[in-house]
Design a protein around this ligand. Structure first.
Ligand code: NDP
Length: 246
């Protein structure tokens, strides 16, 4: 059986992506989501959704692998039906000051965070354009908007996503397909769990609301941007950071 409300989320097994998968499922979507290595996290979410009666599939796909992403998208369209909304959340950090940054850290971060978005968007774009409907929401970061010391690789990748999505929104607009960026600030996930206390405190001091955001708060925004309620929003970068830098 195929549905007409199908969502695809890259990096959906943990953190912000996981919250997006849950939110989209609660909004009535069948959901396919990818992960790279943590099969346990992926299958626990798949199980949780099945218990709620939601059609869901967790697929091990490295977003840096173009062929694997294309195959995932094609299989989803065949088995689940047309993808109505796609979210790119797969991302990693590998921080270092520029002077000591190994090429490997640069390449890994660019491949996952930026090439990964290119691969997902390239695969979902053509079918969406043919159907003249669909939306894409890419997760960037405040690091891509403002830059962050120690994260030249990550900031470059996240800024790259912004340029990419703005261009893509212009290419897609005529076909009625929308593409937007969500740029979160400091959000409570495994990615930020590793921050040393001092760095966390310093960052919290720069946030007007004096707290970290939650993955659910980001997911609410992502779900809104992907829905028809955001029908006139495309090519936008929406920041969600509790007043970062104010
Ligand atoms: P987490 O580390 O909690 O989760 C990352 C998710 O991405 C996991 O599901 C992981 O799967 C998946 N993933 C990582 N690499 C790949 C890959 N190569 N292919 C497929 N899946 C992959 O991160 P967050 O939820 O915190 O971050 C989600 C997104 O939000 C990222 O793009 C991040 O850069 C961005 N962001 C996060 C912020 C924060 O404060 N947390 C702030 C701003 C932006 P697995 O576990 O199997 O590896």
């Amino acid at each position: 059986m195929t549905g007409d409300r199908v969502a695809l989320v890259s990096g959906g097994s943990r953190g912000i992506g996981r919250a997006c998968v849950r939110k989209l499922a609660l909004d009535g979507f069948d959901v396919t989501f990818s992960y790279r290595s943590d099969a346990e996290a992926a299958s626990s979410l798949e199980k949780e959704l099945a218990e709620l009666g939601v059609r869901a599939s967790a697929v091990r796909v490295d977003v840096a692998d173009h062929a694997a992403v294309t195959e995932w998208v094609q299989r989803t369209e065949k088995e689940f039906g047309p993808i109505r909304t796609a979210v790119t959340s797969a991302g990693i950090t590998a921080d270092a000051p520029l002077v000591t940054m190994a090429h490997e850290k640069w390449n890994d971060v660019l491949r996952t965070n930026l090439d990964g978005v290119f691969h997902v968007c390239k695969a979902v774009a053509f079918p969406m354009m043919k159907r003249k409907s669909g939306s894409i929401t890419a997760i960037s970061s405040v690091s891509g908007v403002y830059g962050n010391a120690g994260q030249t690789n990550y900031s470059a990748a996240k800024a790259g996503i912004i340029g990419f999505i703005k261009a893509l929104a212009k290419e897609f607009g005529r076909a009625g397909v929308r593409a937007n960026v969500v740029a979160p600030g400091l959000i409570e996930t495994a990615m930020t769990d590793v921050l040393p206390d001092q760095a966390r405190k310093k960052m919290l001091d720069q946030i007007a609301l004096r707290r970290m955001g939650t993955a659910d708060e980001v997911a609410d925004l992502v779900a809104f941007l992907g829905s028809d309620r955001a029908a006139y929003i495309t090519g936008s970068v929406v920041e969600i950071h509790g007043g970062f830098g104010t």
